[in-house]
Write a protein that binds this ligand. Structure first.
Ligand SMILES: C[S@@+](CC[C@H](N)C(=O)[O-])C[C@H]1O[C@@H](n2cnc3c(N)ncnc32)[C@H](O)[C@@H]1O
Length: 172
C-alpha cells in the first residue's frame, strides 16, 4: 500500500488544552487537514460504533477522519450524534499517551489515526505521524504485535477472535 494514497482529516471541537491537543499538532505539521464537514469517502473513527475497522476498509475509503473532542464529553458529542456516517471503532488497543497511559481503547486522536493507518496497511505513515510526539513511540511499543495481527484480519469476526486473545475482558 502506498503511503500517499490515503488522506487524513480531523474534525475539531477544541474542548481540550490546545497545547496538548494531538489533532492541532497534526494540522500544524500539515499531516492532516482540519475539516468542518467529513467527506463521504472517509472512514470516521468513532469509539462508540458497533462496527470495527478492518484491513478491508482500505479498499472502501480514501481517507481517515478523527473526531477531536474531550474524552469527558465524547459520549455526548459522538455517541449522542447521528450526523456521522462510515463509523468504525478500533479493535482493542492500549493508549500510550501520558493522559490515558495503558487505558484500553481511550486513544488520543493521533494514536487512533495511526492505528487505523497500520490496520489498513499504511504502516510507514502510521509511524510518521507518531514521530511528531515525544511519547509517540510508546504507542507502538505497547501495540505493535497486536496491530500486526489486526492488520492480517480481513473481517470483524477474525478481529474479534484476536481481540479476545489479547484482551479477554475488554468492553468500552
Ligand atoms: C475523544 S478524542 C480525544 C482527543 C485528545 N484530546 C487528543 O488531543 O488527542 C480522541 C478521538 O480519537 C478517535 N478514537 C480514540 N479511540 C478510539 C477507538 N477506540 N475507536 C475509534 N476511534 C477512536 C476518535 O475519533 C476520538 O474522538
Amino acid at each position: 500500500m502506498c503511503a500517499d494514497q490515503i488522506e487524513l482529516a480531523v474534525l475539531m471541537y477544541r474542548q481540550d488544552d490546545p497545547q496538548k491537543c494531538t489533532a492541532s499538532r497534526l494540522v500544524k505539521f500539515r499531516l492532516a487537514n482540519e475539516v468542518r464537514r467529513i467527506p463521504n469517502s472517509f472512514v470516521v473513527l468513532n469509539p462508540y460504533s458497533d462496527k470495527l475497522l478492518t484491513a478491508s476498509d482500505a479498499m472502501r475509503f480514501k481517507g481517515i477522519c478523527g473526531i477531536d473532542c474531550s474524552w469527558n464529553l465524547a459520549s455526548k458529542v459522538i455517541r449522542g450524534s447521528k450526523k456521522y456516517t462510515n463509523n468504525r471503532k478500533l479493535p482493542a488497543l492500549l493508549a500510550g499517551n501520558p493522559t490515558n497511559y495503558a487505558k484500553l481503547g481511550m486513544l488520543s486522536t493521533v494514536e487512533a489515526i495511526s492505528a487505523a493507518l497500520y490496520i489498513m496497511g499504511y504502516k510507514s505513515k502510521s509511524n510518521d505521524i507518531l514521530n511528531k510526539f515525544k511519547w509517540g513511540h510508546t504507542f507502538m511499543d505497547l501495540n505493535l504485535d497486536i496491530l500486526e495481527d489486526y492488520s492480517k484480519a480481513f473481517d470483524e469476526d477474525a478481529l474479534r477472535v484476536i481481540e479476545k486473545e489479547y484482551f479477554p475482558n475488554y468492553f468500552l
